[in-house]
Design a protein around this ligand. Structure first.
Ligand SMILES: CSC[C@@H](O)[C@@H](O)C(=O)COP(=O)(O)O
Ligand SMILES: [Zn+2]
Length: 211
């Protein structure tokens, strides 16, 4: 099996798992996996597809500018430039973007603060935060309709080989060294968002707690 096929299957498996969680409502979401560093090429989901279906046209190979490699009738994800920023700036091997109700609500509640913080929660270890006093900060950026502007705002928060950024009232983009790590960060983020929203139902004053 070629490396391209191996990466294709890995990404298809992640896509199936996220679909199982119903994280691709209304064709939203896009996924990418790096295939080579030099030249930079990665597989990205084709735009506008129902990502719950598994087909031979789910992904296409793109270059360091997010342009298709070779002839294809498929269109790369509208948000390919965000994935480009990740692979250009880090050693990440996989990046995932999903829209969920929870990540949208958290992004709206904390959007004016520009970030949401978590402290004293076991799952921040998924972000390599091991100290008891460690604070996880997930940045929240404005949802610019102009994708190059969105990608630029997004790129300002990419500093490590794994991470997460919320786009206000839009969704989350995460990345990690491989598909396993990216999925771990995504699942941990969604756990923390669900936790935070449930906590606010029981303790609304937590909203004003300064971490
Ligand atoms: C149909 S709403 C979602 C899109 O606008 C976009 O945000 C998204 O996540 C999916 O776009 P796509 O071009 O299919 O990758
Ligand atoms: Zn999106």
């Amino acid at each position: 099996m070629s490396l391209l096929e191996k990466r294709w299957n890995e990404l298809a498996d992640v896509k199936d798992e996220l679909a199982e969680r119903d994280w691709f409502m209304g064709t939203s979401g896009n996924l990418a996996i790096k295939v080579s560093d030099n030249p930079l090429q990665f597989l990205v989901t084709a735009s506008g597809k129902d990502k719950r279906k598994r087909t031979d046209e789910d992904f296409l190979l793109v270059d360091e500018f997010g342009r298709p490699v070779g002839d294809t009738h498929l269109k790369p994800s509208a948000e390919t430039l965000l994935h480009v920023e990740i692979y250009r700036r880090t050693n990440a091997g996989c990046s995932l973007h999903v829209h969920t109700i929870d990540n949208n609500i958290v992004s709206e509640i904390y959007g004016d603060q520009g970030e949401v913080k978590f402290k004293g929660q076991e799952l921040i270890k998924a972000f390599n935060k091991w100290d008891e006093d460690a604070v996880l900060k997930i940045p929240i950026i404005h949802n610019y309709a102009h994708i190059p502007t969105l990608a630029k705002a997004f790129s300002e928060h990419i500093s490590e080989d794994s991470g997460a950024v919320l786009i206000r009232n839009h969704g989350i983009t995460v990345w990690g060294k491989d598909a396993f790590e990216a999925k771990k960060v995504l699942e941990a983020s969604e756990f923390l968002f669900r936790y935070q929203l449930r906590l606010l139902e029981h303790k609304p004053y937590q909203l004003f707690k300064v971490v």
